[in-house]
Ligand binder design. Structure first.
Ligand code: SF4
Ligand code: SF4
Length: 195
């Protein structure tokens, strides 16, 4: 397990800092998700995918807080089955169609994400409302400028993604939240058996 942790060379907050600070800035202007039931976390608007390093951040958060257990594993598997996330048609050029799904962590309430910001997928942090008292997510969007600024700020640290993928023999660069977590778990267990 420790060998796997050492694959992450940078801390999870610093790789998300620019996104978290922007979100906090919006909150001071009272542009928040407080009035919205969370459309962007359900199949209505969610097709979130994580890179290997994002998946490891979230996986270790769950393990370290005793939140990884058989019940969660079953929930992730059910989530994949319900939204057929293991069937993603190819759209050519090594890319696959993105599918929408309800996030397995969503609590079905306003501000319904139980994951602390420093462990959330980058895309979740980069998707924000642009007006006060947003109710239906109509003013919300993903800021590409912001996501690119984050990428630029941490590009050296994120070279580690390639190493993680190779070390854990993962077949993907990005995966949905439930598939990424289950694949990471499987890969870590397989690696620990070899040690
Ligand atoms: S991780 Fe949180 S913010 Fe992201 S889709 Fe899931 S519930 Fe929503
Ligand atoms: S980002 Fe938009 S759709 Fe998502 S919870 Fe906030 S207000 Fe709702």
């Amino acid at each position: 397990m420790d060998k796997t942790r050492s694959l992450i060379k940078s801390d999870s907050y610093s790789r998300r800092q620019v996104l978290i600070e922007t979100m906090n800035g919006l909150e001071t202007e009272e542009i928040t998700c407080a009035n919205c039931p969370g459309h962007c976390c359900t199949f209505v608007g969610n097709s979130m995918q994580m890179t290997t390093v994002e998946a490891l951040d979230l996986y270790f958060y769950l393990v370290d807080n005793d939140l990884w257990n058989e019940e969660l594993e079953e929930k992730l598997k059910e989530n994949i089955k319900e939204f057929r996330l293991d069937h993603r048609p190819s759209i050519g050029g090594g890319h696959f169609m993105r599918k929408t799904y309800t996030c397995p962590f969503f609590l079905f309430q306003s501000k319904g994400c139980p994951i602390p910001p420093q462990f959330k997928p980058y895309g979740c942090l980069g998707f924000n409302p642009s007006k006060q008292k947003e109710l239906e997510g109509k003013s919300c969007s993903s800021s590409q400028v912001l996501l690119e600024a984050r990428e630029e700020a941490v590009k050296d640290e994120e070279r580690e993604c390639k190493n993680i993928r190779e070390s854990l023999h993962l077949a993907w660069d990005k995966e949905t939240i439930p598939s990424a977590l289950l694949d990471i778990r499987k890969a870590i267990l397989a690696l620990s058996l070899q040690q």
